[in-house]
Design a binder for this molecule. Structure first.
Ligand SMILES: *Cc1c(COP(=O)(O)O)cnc(C)c1O
Length: 432
Protein backbone atom coordinates (compact mmCIF):
# COMPACT_ATOMS: atom_id res chain seq x y z
CA UNK A 1 0.00 0.00 0.00
CA UNK A 2 1.32 3.39 -0.98
CA UNK A 3 1.41 6.04 1.73
CA UNK A 4 1.05 8.66 -0.98
CA UNK A 5 -2.60 9.71 -0.77
CA UNK A 6 -2.31 11.48 -4.15
CA UNK A 7 -1.28 8.20 -5.77
CA UNK A 8 -4.02 6.24 -4.00
CA UNK A 9 -6.63 8.74 -5.12
CA UNK A 10 -5.26 8.84 -8.66
CA UNK A 11 -5.46 5.02 -8.86
CA UNK A 12 -9.04 5.10 -7.60
CA UNK A 13 -9.97 8.00 -9.89
CA UNK A 14 -8.67 6.22 -13.00
CA UNK A 15 -11.12 3.37 -12.36
CA UNK A 16 -14.15 5.62 -12.59
CA UNK A 17 -13.14 8.82 -14.43
CA UNK A 18 -11.33 8.72 -17.80
CA UNK A 19 -7.67 9.41 -17.06
CA UNK A 20 -8.68 10.11 -13.45
CA UNK A 21 -9.52 13.74 -14.20
CA UNK A 22 -12.43 15.88 -15.35
CA UNK A 23 -10.27 18.12 -17.57
CA UNK A 24 -7.25 16.62 -19.37
CA UNK A 25 -4.39 18.97 -18.35
CA UNK A 26 -4.95 18.08 -14.67
CA UNK A 27 -3.61 14.57 -15.33
CA UNK A 28 0.05 15.75 -15.58
CA UNK A 29 0.35 13.81 -18.83
CA UNK A 30 2.69 16.40 -20.36
CA UNK A 31 5.03 16.53 -17.36
CA UNK A 32 4.64 13.00 -15.98
CA UNK A 33 4.22 12.03 -12.34
CA UNK A 34 1.23 11.89 -10.04
CA UNK A 35 -1.29 14.71 -10.10
CA UNK A 36 -1.85 16.39 -6.76
CA UNK A 37 -5.35 15.96 -5.41
CA UNK A 38 -6.24 19.22 -3.70
CA UNK A 39 -7.91 19.09 -0.31
CA UNK A 40 -8.30 22.74 0.56
CA UNK A 41 -7.00 26.19 -0.23
CA UNK A 42 -6.55 29.49 1.54
CA UNK A 43 -5.14 32.75 0.20
CA UNK A 44 -2.22 32.05 -2.13
CA UNK A 45 -1.85 28.40 -1.08
CA UNK A 46 -3.44 25.04 -1.50
CA UNK A 47 -2.78 21.74 0.21
CA UNK A 48 -2.79 18.31 -1.42
CA UNK A 49 -4.02 14.97 -0.10
CA UNK A 50 -0.70 14.48 1.76
CA UNK A 51 -1.16 17.88 3.44
CA UNK A 52 1.75 19.26 1.43
CA UNK A 53 1.41 23.02 0.91
CA UNK A 54 1.95 24.73 -2.47
CA UNK A 55 2.11 28.36 -3.55
CA UNK A 56 -0.63 28.36 -6.18
CA UNK A 57 0.14 30.02 -9.53
CA UNK A 58 -2.76 28.53 -11.46
CA UNK A 59 -5.58 29.91 -9.33
CA UNK A 60 -8.08 27.50 -10.91
CA UNK A 61 -6.64 28.61 -14.30
CA UNK A 62 -7.40 32.24 -13.65
CA UNK A 63 -10.60 32.79 -11.67
CA UNK A 64 -9.04 33.06 -8.18
CA UNK A 65 -7.71 36.59 -8.66
CA UNK A 66 -8.33 37.43 -4.98
CA UNK A 67 -6.73 34.21 -3.78
CA UNK A 68 -8.74 31.46 -2.13
CA UNK A 69 -11.35 32.01 0.55
CA UNK A 70 -11.52 35.80 0.42
CA UNK A 71 -13.76 36.77 3.40
CA UNK A 72 -16.08 39.11 1.46
CA UNK A 73 -16.61 36.53 -1.29
CA UNK A 74 -17.16 33.72 1.18
CA UNK A 75 -19.76 35.76 3.01
CA UNK A 76 -21.62 36.61 -0.22
CA UNK A 77 -21.64 32.96 -1.32
CA UNK A 78 -22.81 31.69 2.06
CA UNK A 79 -25.62 34.22 2.16
CA UNK A 80 -26.70 33.39 -1.39
CA UNK A 81 -26.65 29.65 -0.68
CA UNK A 82 -29.05 30.16 2.22
CA UNK A 83 -31.44 32.05 -0.05
CA UNK A 84 -31.58 29.24 -2.61
CA UNK A 85 -29.35 27.38 -5.06
CA UNK A 86 -31.22 27.86 -8.31
CA UNK A 87 -34.66 29.07 -9.35
CA UNK A 88 -34.94 28.90 -13.12
CA UNK A 89 -36.42 32.39 -13.00
CA UNK A 90 -34.73 35.80 -13.18
CA UNK A 91 -33.10 37.40 -10.14
CA UNK A 92 -31.95 40.90 -9.19
CA UNK A 93 -28.37 39.69 -8.80
CA UNK A 94 -28.14 38.78 -12.50
CA UNK A 95 -29.05 42.36 -13.38
CA UNK A 96 -26.49 43.69 -10.91
CA UNK A 97 -23.76 41.46 -12.31
CA UNK A 98 -24.61 42.37 -15.92
CA UNK A 99 -24.47 46.06 -14.96
CA UNK A 100 -21.16 45.57 -13.17
CA UNK A 101 -19.64 43.82 -16.20
CA UNK A 102 -20.87 46.54 -18.59
CA UNK A 103 -19.41 49.21 -16.36
CA UNK A 104 -15.97 47.58 -16.46
CA UNK A 105 -15.92 46.68 -20.15
CA UNK A 106 -17.40 49.69 -21.97
CA UNK A 107 -17.52 48.04 -25.43
CA UNK A 108 -20.33 45.86 -24.05
CA UNK A 109 -23.86 47.21 -24.38
CA UNK A 110 -25.59 43.98 -23.43
CA UNK A 111 -24.41 40.72 -21.96
CA UNK A 112 -25.83 37.26 -21.41
CA UNK A 113 -24.66 35.04 -18.57
CA UNK A 114 -23.87 31.36 -19.12
CA UNK A 115 -22.02 28.68 -17.16
CA UNK A 116 -18.73 28.09 -19.01
CA UNK A 117 -16.35 29.82 -21.36
CA UNK A 118 -16.96 27.09 -23.93
CA UNK A 119 -20.66 27.88 -23.93
CA UNK A 120 -20.00 31.62 -24.13
CA UNK A 121 -17.60 31.34 -27.09
CA UNK A 122 -19.87 28.97 -28.98
CA UNK A 123 -22.86 31.25 -28.43
CA UNK A 124 -20.99 34.41 -29.48
CA UNK A 125 -20.10 32.73 -32.77
CA UNK A 126 -23.72 31.71 -33.28
CA UNK A 127 -24.82 35.32 -32.76
CA UNK A 128 -22.20 36.52 -35.28
CA UNK A 129 -23.34 33.96 -37.84
CA UNK A 130 -26.99 34.73 -37.19
CA UNK A 131 -26.50 38.48 -37.48
CA UNK A 132 -24.37 38.36 -40.64
CA UNK A 133 -26.06 35.45 -42.34
CA UNK A 134 -22.56 34.14 -43.12
CA UNK A 135 -20.93 30.83 -42.18
CA UNK A 136 -17.16 31.21 -42.15
CA UNK A 137 -15.12 31.97 -39.08
CA UNK A 138 -11.46 32.88 -38.65
CA UNK A 139 -9.44 31.72 -35.67
CA UNK A 140 -5.72 31.51 -34.92
CA UNK A 141 -3.43 28.62 -34.23
CA UNK A 142 -2.72 28.27 -30.51
CA UNK A 143 -5.80 30.23 -29.42
CA UNK A 144 -8.29 28.20 -27.39
CA UNK A 145 -11.94 29.14 -27.35
CA UNK A 146 -13.40 26.15 -25.52
CA UNK A 147 -14.16 22.70 -26.85
CA UNK A 148 -17.08 23.38 -29.20
CA UNK A 149 -16.84 21.17 -32.31
CA UNK A 150 -16.23 23.94 -34.86
CA UNK A 151 -13.31 25.28 -32.80
CA UNK A 152 -11.36 22.04 -32.36
CA UNK A 153 -9.49 22.59 -35.55
CA UNK A 154 -5.99 23.08 -36.89
CA UNK A 155 -4.85 24.80 -40.05
CA UNK A 156 -5.57 23.18 -43.39
CA UNK A 157 -2.92 22.89 -46.10
CA UNK A 158 -3.37 26.45 -47.37
CA UNK A 159 -5.52 29.54 -47.21
CA UNK A 160 -7.93 28.14 -49.76
CA UNK A 161 -8.53 25.04 -47.64
CA UNK A 162 -10.28 25.27 -44.34
CA UNK A 163 -9.38 23.46 -41.12
CA UNK A 164 -8.89 19.86 -40.05
CA UNK A 165 -10.40 18.56 -36.80
CA UNK A 166 -7.96 18.19 -33.86
CA UNK A 167 -10.28 15.83 -32.01
CA UNK A 168 -11.83 12.53 -32.93
CA UNK A 169 -15.58 12.82 -33.00
CA UNK A 170 -15.58 16.09 -34.93
CA UNK A 171 -16.72 15.44 -38.51
CA UNK A 172 -14.74 17.32 -41.19
CA UNK A 173 -17.99 18.96 -42.39
CA UNK A 174 -18.32 20.64 -38.99
CA UNK A 175 -14.99 22.46 -39.31
CA UNK A 176 -15.25 23.15 -43.03
CA UNK A 177 -16.15 26.78 -42.33
CA UNK A 178 -13.31 27.39 -39.86
CA UNK A 179 -10.21 29.05 -41.26
CA UNK A 180 -7.15 28.78 -39.01
CA UNK A 181 -4.42 31.37 -39.42
CA UNK A 182 -1.05 31.97 -37.80
CA UNK A 183 -1.18 34.36 -34.84
CA UNK A 184 0.51 37.72 -35.55
CA UNK A 185 0.96 36.92 -39.26
CA UNK A 186 -0.22 40.13 -40.92
CA UNK A 187 0.23 39.06 -44.51
CA UNK A 188 -1.74 35.85 -44.03
CA UNK A 189 -4.54 37.84 -42.41
CA UNK A 190 -4.67 40.21 -45.38
CA UNK A 191 -4.74 37.33 -47.86
CA UNK A 192 -7.44 35.47 -45.97
CA UNK A 193 -9.75 38.49 -46.00
CA UNK A 194 -8.97 39.20 -49.65
CA UNK A 195 -9.96 35.63 -50.50
CA UNK A 196 -12.88 35.01 -48.14
CA UNK A 197 -13.71 38.33 -46.45
CA UNK A 198 -17.25 38.64 -47.81
CA UNK A 199 -18.17 35.21 -46.41
CA UNK A 200 -16.61 35.69 -42.98
CA UNK A 201 -19.13 35.94 -40.13
CA UNK A 202 -16.52 36.61 -37.46
CA UNK A 203 -12.91 36.63 -36.44
CA UNK A 204 -12.32 35.29 -32.92
CA UNK A 205 -9.03 35.91 -31.15
CA UNK A 206 -7.43 35.86 -27.71
CA UNK A 207 -5.98 39.42 -27.52
CA UNK A 208 -3.26 38.11 -25.24
CA UNK A 209 -3.14 34.39 -25.85
CA UNK A 210 -3.02 32.43 -22.60
CA UNK A 211 -3.48 28.97 -24.05
CA UNK A 212 -0.10 28.92 -25.79
CA UNK A 213 1.68 30.10 -22.63
CA UNK A 214 1.60 33.93 -22.90
CA UNK A 215 1.76 35.54 -26.33
CA UNK A 216 0.54 39.05 -27.09
CA UNK A 217 -1.14 39.96 -30.33
CA UNK A 218 1.05 42.73 -31.73
CA UNK A 219 -0.56 46.18 -31.86
CA UNK A 220 -0.39 46.39 -35.70
CA UNK A 221 -1.92 42.92 -35.93
CA UNK A 222 -4.83 43.72 -33.63
CA UNK A 223 -5.36 47.04 -35.38
CA UNK A 224 -5.55 45.26 -38.74
CA UNK A 225 -7.97 42.63 -37.35
CA UNK A 226 -10.25 45.51 -36.34
CA UNK A 227 -9.93 47.32 -39.68
CA UNK A 228 -10.49 44.25 -41.83
CA UNK A 229 -13.54 43.15 -39.83
CA UNK A 230 -15.03 46.62 -40.25
CA UNK A 231 -14.19 46.73 -43.94
CA UNK A 232 -15.72 43.32 -44.71
CA UNK A 233 -18.64 43.51 -42.28
CA UNK A 234 -17.36 40.66 -40.10
CA UNK A 235 -17.86 40.60 -36.33
CA UNK A 236 -14.67 41.02 -34.27
CA UNK A 237 -14.93 38.79 -31.21
CA UNK A 238 -12.32 39.09 -28.47
CA UNK A 239 -12.14 35.95 -26.38
CA UNK A 240 -11.30 37.44 -23.01
CA UNK A 241 -12.32 34.40 -20.96
CA UNK A 242 -8.80 34.38 -19.53
CA UNK A 243 -7.70 38.00 -19.90
CA UNK A 244 -11.04 39.60 -18.95
CA UNK A 245 -10.68 41.56 -15.68
CA UNK A 246 -7.42 39.64 -15.19
CA UNK A 247 -4.91 41.76 -17.09
CA UNK A 248 -6.60 45.10 -16.37
CA UNK A 249 -9.81 46.52 -14.91
CA UNK A 250 -11.13 47.07 -18.46
CA UNK A 251 -9.69 43.74 -19.70
CA UNK A 252 -7.16 43.30 -22.55
CA UNK A 253 -9.22 45.50 -24.88
CA UNK A 254 -8.43 48.46 -22.63
CA UNK A 255 -4.72 47.62 -22.91
CA UNK A 256 -4.95 47.70 -26.74
CA UNK A 257 -7.02 50.89 -26.66
CA UNK A 258 -3.98 52.67 -25.17
CA UNK A 259 -2.14 52.13 -28.48
CA UNK A 260 -5.08 51.99 -30.90
CA UNK A 261 -7.31 55.02 -30.24
CA UNK A 262 -10.98 54.06 -30.11
CA UNK A 263 -10.24 50.35 -30.30
CA UNK A 264 -13.26 48.17 -29.46
CA UNK A 265 -14.36 44.66 -30.41
CA UNK A 266 -17.95 44.05 -31.56
CA UNK A 267 -18.34 41.18 -29.12
CA UNK A 268 -16.46 39.94 -26.06
CA UNK A 269 -16.40 36.54 -24.41
CA UNK A 270 -15.79 36.47 -20.65
CA UNK A 271 -15.45 33.76 -18.00
CA UNK A 272 -13.00 32.73 -15.28
CA UNK A 273 -12.53 35.94 -13.16
CA UNK A 274 -16.15 37.12 -13.54
CA UNK A 275 -17.30 33.99 -11.70
CA UNK A 276 -14.65 34.22 -8.97
CA UNK A 277 -14.28 30.41 -9.02
CA UNK A 278 -17.94 29.46 -9.60
CA UNK A 279 -19.23 28.16 -12.96
CA UNK A 280 -20.07 31.44 -14.64
CA UNK A 281 -19.20 33.02 -17.99
CA UNK A 282 -20.72 35.60 -20.31
CA UNK A 283 -20.80 36.87 -23.84
CA UNK A 284 -21.82 40.31 -24.89
CA UNK A 285 -21.37 43.13 -27.31
CA UNK A 286 -23.18 45.74 -29.32
CA UNK A 287 -26.90 45.99 -28.71
CA UNK A 288 -27.87 45.28 -32.32
CA UNK A 289 -25.91 42.00 -32.22
CA UNK A 290 -27.14 40.89 -28.80
CA UNK A 291 -30.76 41.64 -29.73
CA UNK A 292 -30.46 38.80 -32.25
CA UNK A 293 -30.76 36.43 -29.29
CA UNK A 294 -33.95 34.62 -28.25
CA UNK A 295 -36.42 35.68 -26.96
CA UNK A 296 -35.91 38.93 -28.93
CA UNK A 297 -34.40 37.55 -32.11
CA UNK A 298 -33.92 34.37 -34.15
CA UNK A 299 -30.66 33.11 -32.59
CA UNK A 300 -31.42 30.43 -30.01
CA UNK A 301 -29.43 30.06 -26.79
CA UNK A 302 -30.48 28.93 -23.29
CA UNK A 303 -29.25 27.40 -20.02
CA UNK A 304 -30.87 25.74 -16.99
CA UNK A 305 -28.24 27.08 -14.60
CA UNK A 306 -27.40 30.30 -16.49
CA UNK A 307 -27.07 33.26 -14.11
CA UNK A 308 -27.09 30.88 -11.16
CA UNK A 309 -27.77 32.83 -7.94
CA UNK A 310 -24.82 31.44 -5.98
CA UNK A 311 -22.41 31.91 -8.91
CA UNK A 312 -23.58 35.48 -9.51
CA UNK A 313 -23.10 36.28 -5.82
CA UNK A 314 -19.54 34.98 -6.04
CA UNK A 315 -18.87 36.94 -9.23
CA UNK A 316 -20.35 40.17 -7.90
CA UNK A 317 -18.39 40.03 -4.65
CA UNK A 318 -15.22 39.33 -6.63
CA UNK A 319 -15.86 42.26 -8.99
CA UNK A 320 -16.47 44.58 -6.06
CA UNK A 321 -13.11 43.67 -4.49
CA UNK A 322 -11.09 43.97 -7.70
CA UNK A 323 -12.72 47.31 -8.44
CA UNK A 324 -11.07 48.90 -5.40
CA UNK A 325 -8.46 51.62 -6.08
CA UNK A 326 -4.93 50.36 -6.59
CA UNK A 327 -5.94 46.73 -7.04
CA UNK A 328 -4.42 46.23 -10.50
CA UNK A 329 -1.35 48.35 -9.75
CA UNK A 330 -0.49 46.09 -6.83
CA UNK A 331 -1.30 42.89 -8.72
CA UNK A 332 0.72 44.02 -11.75
CA UNK A 333 3.69 45.03 -9.61
CA UNK A 334 3.81 41.59 -7.98
CA UNK A 335 3.47 39.75 -11.28
CA UNK A 336 6.29 41.82 -12.76
CA UNK A 337 8.44 41.17 -9.69
CA UNK A 338 7.97 37.43 -10.13
CA UNK A 339 8.81 37.45 -13.84
CA UNK A 340 11.84 39.69 -13.46
CA UNK A 341 13.03 37.62 -10.48
CA UNK A 342 12.81 34.46 -12.59
CA UNK A 343 14.62 36.14 -15.50
CA UNK A 344 17.44 37.28 -13.21
CA UNK A 345 17.78 33.85 -11.60
CA UNK A 346 17.95 32.16 -15.02
CA UNK A 347 20.44 34.68 -16.32
CA UNK A 348 22.67 34.18 -13.27
CA UNK A 349 22.71 30.46 -14.04
CA UNK A 350 23.32 31.02 -17.76
CA UNK A 351 19.94 29.56 -18.79
CA UNK A 352 18.28 31.10 -21.88
CA UNK A 353 15.01 32.49 -20.55
CA UNK A 354 12.47 35.25 -21.05
CA UNK A 355 9.09 36.21 -19.65
CA UNK A 356 6.25 38.68 -19.94
CA UNK A 357 3.20 39.72 -17.95
CA UNK A 358 0.18 41.98 -17.98
CA UNK A 359 -1.76 42.66 -14.79
CA UNK A 360 -2.11 39.35 -12.96
CA UNK A 361 -1.24 37.05 -15.88
CA UNK A 362 2.24 35.93 -16.89
CA UNK A 363 4.28 33.54 -18.97
CA UNK A 364 7.90 32.51 -19.28
CA UNK A 365 9.91 30.60 -21.84
CA UNK A 366 13.09 28.57 -21.81
CA UNK A 367 14.52 30.49 -24.75
CA UNK A 368 15.87 34.03 -25.07
CA UNK A 369 13.20 35.93 -27.03
CA UNK A 370 9.45 36.28 -26.55
CA UNK A 371 7.58 34.17 -29.12
CA UNK A 372 5.02 35.58 -31.57
CA UNK A 373 3.13 32.41 -32.42
CA UNK A 374 2.29 28.84 -31.48
CA UNK A 375 4.99 27.17 -33.57
CA UNK A 376 7.66 29.12 -31.70
CA UNK A 377 6.16 28.36 -28.27
CA UNK A 378 6.26 24.68 -29.17
CA UNK A 379 10.05 24.79 -29.71
CA UNK A 380 10.44 24.88 -25.91
CA UNK A 381 12.72 22.15 -24.60
CA UNK A 382 10.23 19.75 -23.04
CA UNK A 383 12.58 17.95 -20.71
CA UNK A 384 13.99 21.22 -19.35
CA UNK A 385 10.48 22.46 -18.68
CA UNK A 386 9.55 19.20 -16.95
CA UNK A 387 12.64 19.40 -14.73
CA UNK A 388 11.68 22.94 -13.79
CA UNK A 389 8.06 21.97 -13.16
CA UNK A 390 8.85 19.00 -10.92
CA UNK A 391 11.65 20.87 -9.18
CA UNK A 392 9.24 23.65 -8.27
CA UNK A 393 6.56 21.18 -7.21
CA UNK A 394 9.00 19.42 -4.85
CA UNK A 395 9.84 22.83 -3.39
CA UNK A 396 6.18 23.67 -2.80
CA UNK A 397 5.48 25.83 -5.85
CA UNK A 398 2.65 24.81 -8.19
CA UNK A 399 2.81 26.18 -11.74
CA UNK A 400 0.78 24.97 -14.73
CA UNK A 401 1.69 21.36 -15.57
CA UNK A 402 2.27 22.12 -19.27
CA UNK A 403 4.55 24.55 -21.07
CA UNK A 404 1.72 25.95 -23.22
CA UNK A 405 -0.20 27.39 -20.27
CA UNK A 406 -0.05 30.85 -18.69
CA UNK A 407 0.44 31.59 -14.99
CA UNK A 408 -1.67 33.63 -12.60
CA UNK A 409 -0.92 35.89 -9.65
CA UNK A 410 -3.50 36.68 -6.98
CA UNK A 411 -3.99 39.54 -4.55
CA UNK A 412 -3.18 37.09 -1.75
CA UNK A 413 0.39 36.38 -2.94
CA UNK A 414 2.93 38.22 -0.79
CA UNK A 415 6.39 39.50 -1.65
CA UNK A 416 7.69 36.67 0.57
CA UNK A 417 5.83 34.09 -1.56
CA UNK A 418 7.41 35.58 -4.66
CA UNK A 419 10.88 35.58 -3.11
CA UNK A 420 10.40 31.92 -2.08
CA UNK A 421 9.34 31.06 -5.64
CA UNK A 422 12.32 32.82 -7.20
CA UNK A 423 14.71 31.14 -4.75
CA UNK A 424 13.25 27.73 -5.61
CA UNK A 425 13.63 28.42 -9.34
CA UNK A 426 17.20 29.71 -8.88
CA UNK A 427 18.11 26.45 -7.16
CA UNK A 428 16.72 24.44 -10.09
CA UNK A 429 18.27 26.66 -12.79
CA UNK A 430 21.72 25.90 -11.30
CA UNK A 431 21.14 22.19 -11.95
CA UNK A 432 19.49 22.46 -15.40
C1 LIG B 1 -10.66 28.82 -20.34
C2 LIG B 1 -10.91 29.40 -21.67
C3 LIG B 1 -12.05 29.07 -22.42
C4 LIG B 1 -13.00 27.98 -22.02
O1 LIG B 1 -13.64 28.23 -20.82
P1 LIG B 1 -14.28 27.01 -19.99
O2 LIG B 1 -14.97 27.68 -18.87
O3 LIG B 1 -13.13 26.14 -19.61
O4 LIG B 1 -15.22 26.32 -20.92
C5 LIG B 1 -12.28 29.74 -23.60
N1 LIG B 1 -11.43 30.69 -24.03
C6 LIG B 1 -10.33 31.02 -23.35
C7 LIG B 1 -9.44 32.10 -23.87
C8 LIG B 1 -10.02 30.38 -22.16
O5 LIG B 1 -8.89 30.69 -21.51
Amino acid sequence: MSTDRNQTLFDRARQVIPGGVNSPVRAFKAVGGTPRFIKRAQGAYFWDANDQRYIDYIGSWGPMILGHGHPAVLEAVQKAALEGFSFGAPTEREVELAEAILQRVPSLEMVRLVSSGTEAGMSAIRVARGATGRSKIIKFEGCYHGHADALLVKAGSGLATFGNPTSAGVPPEVVQHTLVLEYNHLQQLEEAFALHGKEVACLIIEPIAGNMNFVRASVPFMKRCRELCTQYGAVLILDEVMTGLRVAYGSAQSVFARDIPGFEPDMTVLGKVIGGGMPLAAFGGKRALMEQLAPLGPVYQAGTLSGNPVATACGLATLQEIGKPGFYEDLGRKTQALVSGLCQAASAAGIPFCGDSEGGMFGFFLFPELPQNYAKVMTTNNSQFNTLFHGLLERGVYIAPALYEAGFMSAAHTDADIAETVAAAADIFKRL
